[in-house]
Structure formats: C-alpha cells, structure tokens
Design a protein around this ligand. Structure first.
Ligand code: IMP
Length: 185
C-alpha cells in the first residue's frame, strides 16, 4: 500500500462533487419524507461506509424516525470482495412490526445487502427498504437492487464521503476514483 501524505494526491478523478452529492441527498430525503410520513421508521446506518451519507440523509427526512447502527463488512483491506461477511455490531432495538430503512454506502456485488436483508427479515419488520448512495450494477453477483439509489457509477474503486480504502479517505468531502498506484505495485 502506497498512500500519499495529501489524500487528494491519490484521487485519480473526482466522480461526484460535494455539491452534487448534497443536492441528490436532499432529493432522496424529500422522497423518503413523503413515503414514510406517519410511519415512524427505524433508519439503520450500515457502518462504517454509510456514516457520512446517513448523517446528511436523516437530516433531510422530515418525519418522526429512530436511528440505529449496524456494523457489517464484506471487505478486508483490498479492493475486491472477500465473500466473507462479518457482523461486528447488531442494532440495539427490536424491529418487529416496524418500518425499516437500511442505509448503505455502495452496492457492488450485492452480497452484503443480500445477507443483511435475510438477517433482518427474520425479525419480521412491517417493511424493509434499502437506500444506497452509489450503485455499481455491472458488478452484481446476485439479484438485489436498492429501493432508492443516489447515483449509478461505473466499475471503478471509489473513495470518499464515507467510502474507504484500507480505512483511509473516508473524510474526503467528495467521491473520487482511487488512483491504482495506491494498491498496485
Ligand atoms: P458488496 O457486498 O460487494 O455489494 O459490497 C458492499 C460493500 O463493499 C460496501 O458497503 C463497501 O463497504 C464496499 N465497497 C464496494 N465497492 C467499493 C468501492 O468502490 N469503494 C469502497 N468500498 C467499496
């Protein structure tokens, strides 16, 4: 791994600017406000990648809701899925008969979300929907699609606005393509 001192030096291309993300998050929030009016949903943040998106999104949803956090990952320190899914933190409350919204950073192979949905559906929520900031449909390995999606992006490894490579770059304000020099050679 070959990371630069200035994290911006490792961005090959800015894919989504701070302004574009902000505008889209606002739109998603407006849509969810309509769809969940009077439903008092539980909004679940899938850590750590969704944390920035989640924090901005819930403040754009204008209805009564509760926040929950879940730790789940399918990646190690690489750029390809390991196929191994690990739950490091479960939600703290019962979701039985409640409306649940899962907030994810990115859907790539779809395996993480598939696993998570299976797990949470066993708890018999009233409904369960998924929101993801980014969707890479080209990489899908199963039949899972988000109910709400921020942006469809090409097949590239992206960082920033919560997304990491080996734990770094989550604090970038935009989403960019990681320069392969960081993980190659
Ligand atoms: P999936 O199970 O392959 O859909 O992968 C989902 C998880 O992999 C996401 O929640 C991210 O944490 C991670 N991931 C997938 N693609 C990227 C990427 O381009 N950059 C950073 N993390 C990614």
């Amino acid at each position: 791994m070959n990371i630069s001192e200035n994290m911006r030096d490792d961005v090959q291309e800015v894919l989504l600017t701070e302004e574009r993300i902000k505008a889209r998050v606002k739109e998603l929030g407006q849509q969810l406000s309509k769809d969940y009016a009077g439903k008092h949903p539980i909004v679940v943040c899938v850590m750590k990648g969704a944390v920035n998106f989640f924090s901005d999104l819930v403040r754009e949803i204008d209805c009564q809701l509760e926040l929950e956090f879940m730790g789940i990952s399918s990646y190690g320190n690489g750029v390809k899925t390991s196929g191994i899914i690990r739950i490091s933190k479960d939600i703290d409350t019962s979701i039985t008969n409640r409306h649940v919204i899962i907030v994810e950073d990115i859907i790539d192979s779809g395996l993480t979300l598939k696993h998570l949905l299976k797990l949470l559906e066993q708890r018999e929520p009233a409904s369960i929907k998924t929101v993801c900031l980014l969707d890479k449909p080209e990489r899908r390995q199963c039949d899972i699609n988000p109910d709400y999606s921020g942006f469809t992006i090409p097949n590239a490894f992206v960082i920033g606005y919560g997304l990491d490579y080996a734990g770094y770059y989550r604090n970038l304000k935009y989403v960019g393509i990681l320069d392969p020099k960081v993980y190659e050679g």
